[in-house]
Design a protein around this ligand. Structure first.
Ligand code: HEC
Length: 117
């Protein structure tokens, strides 16, 4: 009985994200460490990341609810991951640097960002 309640709660939580924000398959707690490690917070305000109060780029709070990533890519997990990994392939002049993230790191970071309220 308890298990089925738990399952239902998980199901509801998953549905709450909507079809467009399907889980990235990444690990959000690893993503949180990567966000810190790569210094994303020097340019972005990111809830839950120590010292992440940057004002160069937009705040990443609530990004799950945005329609577009960087004002251009439909906000889907593969697009968010692509932007995080290769912003210059989208906006060659962007102030956001190519930081050399792996596929796994961008998936983990996207998982953390989508979990933000
Ligand atoms: C040197 C400053 C800088 C750093 C470091 C940086 N960014 Fe950015 N970021 C920006 C700027 C500026 C923009 C707006 C870019 C544009 O549209 O060209 C941006 C845009 C974004 C967006 C899109 C936001 C939106 O509202 O659509 C995401 C997501 C993002 N950055 C994530 C990251 C992550 C994750 C890292 C670390 C791996 C990172 N950024 C590191 C400057 C930075």
């Amino acid at each position: 009985m308890r298990l089925s309640v738990l399952f239902l709660a998980l199901l509801l939580a998953a549905c709450g994200r909507g079809p467009d924000r399907a889980p990235t398959g990444g690990n959000s707690s690893v993503g949180r460490q990567d966000l810190y490690h790569f210094g994303c917070g020097s340019c972005h305000t990111i809830p839950g990341i120590v010292g992440a109060h940057g004002k160069v780029g937009p705040s990443l709070e609530g990004i799950a609810g945005h329609s577009y990533v960087a004002g251009e890519l439909p906000n889907q997990p593969p697009n968010l991951e692509h932007w995080i990994q290769h912003p210059h392939s989208v906006h060659p002049e962007s102030l956001m640097p190519e930081l050399g993230l792996t596929d796994a790191q961008s998936r983990d970071i996207a998982a953390y960002l989508y979990a933000l309220k």
